[in-house]
Ligand binder design. Structure first.
Ligand code: HAM
Length: 412
């Protein structure tokens, strides 16, 4: 027996339908907002992710599925969607076609993390990326879209959190202050944070370790160090969020695990997710296009993890089961039975029937196992009388009706 790779999973039974439903809801809303779909390859040159996500991040240091191709080139299964979309934007010269570009995408991402609830090594993201505007109105619109999706996905106990992590002018000053503060509590920090402290002190703010969290509680807050431009930008984002009627909390310790962010960062979190509390997250990345070799074009976006949406959403109960299990008893009734089957599916009613021509009891059991709402039973006697038996499997009631009445009855 050859098993699947650790942290990877098969999508089975009804789950496939839930993925489709979630993607469908997101696509519809993105398109309502003028976003165009973009699909990039799942394999990219390793350097793309090192340059964009950042050399000292957990993703680049520990979590990428990287291998050397036969020609010696290093390739990586994409751990996220932003860098590939930025690469495609530059490589295809998309900025030549007008000012603002709004893309959406969905597909598998790969991170070699420790698998646990809500954390897989192959997971699926839905995301958007917008290029060409530094306006805080765009930040608020993007956060509004995330908030709206969370509501459309019927996610339990979700909340939007926002922060500003400043720009290349004001962040260095904050980093120095933070380093000074953390140095005083070095012995209380976990091993990872003692290392992070030097190279990337912002990452300490994000640590899930309890003693690190204690230290972080009283640390300097980036919002007190923002330059005037970043401060005004953040104030405007908050104002527009009010106009969009989005409720949010400010989380001054949110820094995100990827290095490309500037100014606004945000997450949709749910307490029900435990340690992995973000179901969706994103932010502004005004320097990234330039960093990857394009013009100086600002960007902003977010991504949601489909598996985390599934863990939290109530959509599962809305997935359509079999409506009708058609029970045909005897070869003679098949001609009429299959005509009824075709009439029903033409009306978008989910119908299944048995291929083995088994008896009534056996077929009723199958209908039950499928969770069918109704059974339609036709035997030789019913055919002679030009009627059928409509059995309500939920209410355990049965009635005899004419063939013509079936559709009307099912509709009601
Ligand atoms: P991220 O926070 O790394 O951001 O991931 C976004 C979402 O992907 C998470 O909130 C989570 O739902 C899901 N996710 C991440 N890792 C895993 C995992 N191992 N297993 C299951 N789900 C996971 C980004 O990826 C950025 N590219 C978002 C972005 C787009 N920023 C700007 N534009």
């Amino acid at each position: 027996m050859i098993n699947r790779v650790k942290g990877f999973k098969d999508i089975l039974h009804e789950e496939g339908k839930i993925y489709e439903k979630i993607i469908g809801i997101a696509k519809e809303f993105f398109e309502l907002n003028g976003f165009k779909q973009i699909t990039t390859p799942i394999l990219e040159k390793t350097e793309l992710f090192v340059r964009s996500i950042g050399e000292t991040t957990d993703i680049v240091q520990k979590e990428m599925f990287t291998f050397q191709d036969k020609n010696g080139e290093y390739l990586t299964l994409r751990p996220e969607g932003t860098a590939p979309v930025v690469r495609a934007y530059i490589e295809n010269n998309l900025y030549a076609y007008g000012n603002i570009h709004k893309f959406y995408y969905y597909g598998p991402m790969f991170r070699r993390e420790r698998p646990q609830k809500g954390r897989l090594r192959q997971f699926h993201q839905i995301g958007i990326e917008c290029f060409g505007s530094t306006s805080p109105l765009l930040d608020a619109h993007v956060i509004y879209i995330l908030d709206n999706l969370i509501k459309n996905f019927k996610i339990k106990e979700a909340l939007i959190e926002i922060n500003s992590i400043g720009c290349k002018n004001c962040r260095p000053g904050f980093k120095e202050e933070l380093k000074k503060y953390l140095f005083k509590f070095k012995k209380d920090l976990c091993n990872d944070c003692q290392n992070r402290m030097e190279k990337n002190p912002l990452r300490v703010l994000d640590c899930k370790n309890d003693t690190c969290k204690e230290v972080v509680k009283n640390s300097p807050k980036i919002l007190d160090f923002l330059c005037d431009e970043c401060k005004t930008h953040f104030e405007m984002v908050k104002k527009f969020l009010k106009y969009f009627k989005v409720d949010y909390n400010i989380n001054p310790f949110m820094v995100r695990g990827l290095d490309y962010y500037t100014r606004t960062v945000f997450e949709a979190v749910s307490t029900l997710l435990g340690g992995q509390n973000a179901v969706g997250a994103g932010g502004r990345y005004d320097g990234l296009v330039n960093e990857i070799g394009g013009k100086n074009i600002p960007g902003i976006g977010f991504a949601l993890g489909i598996e985390r949406i599934i863990l939290l959403s109530e959509l599962e109960s809305e997935i359509k089961n079999t409506d009708v299990y058609l029970i045909l008893l005897g070869e003679n009734v098949y001609e009429k039975g299959l005509e009824i089957y075709q009439n029903l599916i033409n009306e978008n009613i989910v119908v299944e029937f048995d291929y083995e021509m088994k008896g009534l009891k056996n077929q009723l059991k199958k209908a039950d196992r499928l969770g069918a709402r109704f059974a339609v039973i036709i035997g030789e006697d019913e055919l002679k009388e030009q009627v059928l038996l409509l059995r309500d499997l939920k209410e355990s009631k049965q009635e005899k009706i004419s063939f013509q009445e079936l559709l009307k009855k099912l509709r009601s």
